[in-house]
Every structure is written in C-alpha cells, then in structure tokens.
Design a protein around this ligand. Sequence first.
Ligand code: FEO
Ligand code: CA
Ligand code: CA
Ligand code: CA
Length: 599
Amino acid sequence: TRWWHGSQLSFQAIKPVDRLVDELTVPAGFQWQPVIRWGDPLFKRSPGFDPLKQSAAAQAQQFGYNNDYTDIVEIPGSRGRRAIMFCNHEYVNPAIMFPPSLDAAETRAISRAAHGLSVVELRRSRAGKPWTYQQGAPLNRRFLTDTAYALTGPAAGSELLKTVTSPDGRVAFGTLGNCSGGTTPWGTMLSGEENFNGYFVTAGTSATDKRYGLTSKPTNLGWEQDEQRWDTRNPGYQNEVNHFGWIVEVDPHDPQSTPVKHTAMGRLKHEGANVIIAEDGHVVAYMGDDERFDYLYKFVSKNKYRPGNSPAARSWNKKLLSEGDLFVAKFEGDSVSEIDGSGKLPDDGRFDGSGRWIPLTRNGVSAVPGMSIAEVLVYTRLAGDKVGATKMDRCEDVQPNLRTGKIYVACTNNTNRGKAGYAAADETNPRNENRDGHVVEITERGQQISQRFDWNLLLVCGDPSKNESTYFGGFPKDKVSPISCPDNLAFDSAGDLWISTDGAPSTIGFNDGLFKVTLEGRERGRVQQFLSVPRESETCGPIVHDRDGLVFVAVQHPGEEGSWAEQRSAFPDYVKPGSKPKRGQAALPRPAVVQVFKK
Ligand code: FEO
Ligand code: CA
Ligand code: CA
Ligand code: CA
C-alpha cells in the first residue's frame, strides 16, 4: 500500500546558487512550503512560538532546533491522508536563537529542550497533495534530555554503563547530537548519536577519552553549570558519557513505547544506520563514523526478520538490532599505478578494488584480542584501531539500495588527508586535502551478509569546471551539476540516488543542495541539482516521494554565522524588516522541514 508509487518526478536541474543568496531555490514549475518549523507547537496546550518570550517549558512542547534525519511514512489504512513524520534535533546555535535580554540559565534550559527527537502527525485531503502538521494529534511526541531509553545488547548492564542514576546500567536519559538515521522495514526509526563529546566535561586523560574527543575544557553550552551529569568528574557520573554515541530506535506508531539504544551496533560518532533484509532473512545495517580517518561498519543480526505487520512480528523485529555481529571495513585497491593524492584516475581507469568486513564481535563474544565484548561495544573506535580498519574521509550516510543491495557511502571530506602526521591518500580515499568528498559504491560478494565485497568510486565530487580531480561515474563532466560535501542519502522509487550536501559554500562557493544521481544505464553518474537551500544552511532529510510528487528536505542551521542583532537568514518566514510578523511567523532564521511540489 505505498500510495506514492505512480509516476516518476521529472524536473529541469537548477543552476547552482551563490552562497550569499538567502532563498530556497526549486526547479521551474515547482513551489515549496514549510511542513513544520522550529518552535511550532506540537500539543493541544503548547504555546505558540515567540522568540522574545521563549522558555524551556514552551520549547519542551514545541518542535526542536536543527532538524537532521527526517522521514515521513503513511499511517496504514489512511489512504494516503495521514502520515507520521519523525525528525531529530541535532544541536543548537544560541547566538542566533536567543535575545541577549533572556536569562542565561533559562537559555541553557531552552537549549536542552530544543535537542532530542520529535514525532508529528501530518494530514491532507488526499494523496498527492502537500501535508499539514496536526497540533495535538495523538501520535505527537517530544523526546527530551530526561526521556528514558532502554539500553539493549551485550554491553547493557555492564560496569561501563552503570551510573548513579542508572545503577543497573540498563537505562540512559536523553539523546544528543542526532545526525542522520534510517527507517526500518518494520516501521521504526533509527537515529545516530554523533558529536556527543561536546556536551561533556571529562578528565580527558584516558586513551578512550582522547579517542572520542573528550576533554576537561568547559563546554560551549555550559550545561555542566546546571546538572551534575554533564561533568563526568562528579562522583557517580564517570560513565555518563558512555550513554551516548549509540544508534537509537524509536517506534513512532506506538506513543507509549520506550525508545532504545542498541549497544550491539557499537559506540562511535554514529552518523546513522540503514537496514536491508538479506536473502536469508538476517537484517544487515550499515553505519559510518563521521570523523576524519574513522571507520565504516556493518551489523548482521543474529535472528531473522519476520514478515508482516502483526503485533507478534513487530515486537520480534524490534529486537533484531539488539543481538548480532559487528564488523568494520578494510578496503584494498587494485591499481598498479601509485595513488598520488591528486585524484587523477589510476591506469586501469577506475578507483576500485575489493575489501573485507573484519569481525569485532561474533556470536555474543569479542573477536578482538585483549578486549571484552563490553569494551568492544563501548569503545568501538579502539577495537577498529586494533584490527587495522581502513581510515576513511568522514563517512556520513551509508545506505543500501533496496533494489540492488549495493551500498553507497557518502565520504563528506577530509582536509587533513595527506598532511604531515596523517594518513596519505589511498585508492578508496584518493585525494589529499580532500575538500569536496566522494561517494563509494560497495557490492557485497554473493550474499548481503558476506564478509567480502567489491567497491568502486561512483563520484569524486567538486566543481568540474574548476577542478580536474572530479569524476562522475564516467558521465561527461560538462553535463553535470557541481556537487561538494555529500552528506545524507536517499533513494527514489526508481532506485536512483539522491544526495544532500553540507559544506559546499566553503568549498565551491555555492549554497548546499539536493541532487539526483542516476545509478544505472548510460546516464550513470549524471548529477542533477534539484534544489538549493538558503544562506549558511545544510540540506538534511531528504525524502523523495517521487510517485506522490513530493520531495522533502530538513533545512538545518540557516544563517548560522549571524548573531541576534545581525541575522543572516530570514528563512522560512521571510518577515520583511520593520514589519510585524504574521501569526505563527517570526523574524529570525528557523530550521524547518519543507515540502517541494509541482505548481
Ligand atoms: Fe552531523 Fe555527520 O553530520
Ligand atoms: Ca582501480
Ligand atoms: Ca550529516
Ligand atoms: Ca555533515
């Protein structure tokens, strides 16, 4: 019952938009409107958004800040008229959110309440129409820093997860730094906890503190002034930071359900996780650690997927990510000529080769000498170091194409590649000082659960008119849209890849955007820009319901370089300077989920 399966979306690629332009630009014949914005009220009695009178109590009942992973799925049986939207709220930017008159402790409390997750019901009159979010709908939910998450898997209950507020090490409170995510075949949403380190003050001296970027410096947001848990030097809280860095799973269809954090999938700066069901029914998840020179991971469930939507099948499937084997990727190139870091194609004409998934855990025990299973799962980066995994150029979204089983890895950039003291270019990460990023395509050998794979680079990104080291799957370089810093990935119903970007203003001078990439046939590697986001924002989501004629993006951190007094973006309300905002609107930049559709 996938109502959006009808016809494909066709569009004329837009021209790249200069980085100073504060507009959301869509193709000719299309228009856009917000679905929901930072501060929009979610519950019946939630106050409307008023940035001059904002409070933590209000924010806790409103849509949070800096939406990243977003998905929208139909509510079964609603004939395309009701949907659930899941969205996470990665971080905040107090400099542009709060008037200087607001009390400092209150701004910190609002900041906490602007983090987390939201579930929001959408409605419309019929399929094919744009959506409206429903204030007060029964499935609406906010997840805050005091929301309880059940810790699952082999590390749950271990000494490394016990704290004064979680004496059995089986519950964690709140979720932080949520970046990308994924939607499972059983209807739950996954979200990756990424830059959690920035919220904590720690001793900063241990090998594990250092490997996860934890220091003893005061944090930017200063929550340690308000609550003991944010300083792990406080008695009873030394393991508090180990409650973050996981893959979170939420069942948005059940507002009473307890969200979980899956220790079996490892602890790292998780970008997200995306799931495919293997030929034999095992569930395979692919995951990236978004840090320069960090690793790519694969999880294979112990148990098999049960088809269907019965309560028994759903509750079985919701446990699949709690038990299984964790692997890390090791890539090998096949070129004879040396990879010199210039991005020049090797003599055999392709950046490609083979690789192995090295086990970190097998059958519930550690596969890494000298580390217990709890240590492997809580300090997964150190386990990857021990087995010699391949150092990647910041893996962002990693997503299997459900039509082909091939996996796409967005390596966003790595400006330290090849610098003194750092790893040099290799065939998988072939450019030194890689500003523009690349996209790896992986084909598992035989089955999806295989430990061997083949790979090649689909894209070596950049502006081809100015940069010789670009590659577009062999497609003519003069016929593509320039693209830089690939981040989130999605597929449309035809199996083509959509890439949203984060960082293009500082590399190729254009605003970030959303791009369609043809994967198969004569047009493989053809990149067409669909939209461009406003000044200083990043394109997140994305969701492509091509057969329903709708594309969604989460516009994150518009006008991020501004200040309260000098805002740099007016997205999405575009209140004219000096005029009174209309009801619900505000004269400051607001991260928002928007929908794009034909006029
Ligand atoms: Fe939050 Fe990896 O970008
Ligand atoms: Ca090669
Ligand atoms: Ca990202
Ligand atoms: Ca990013």
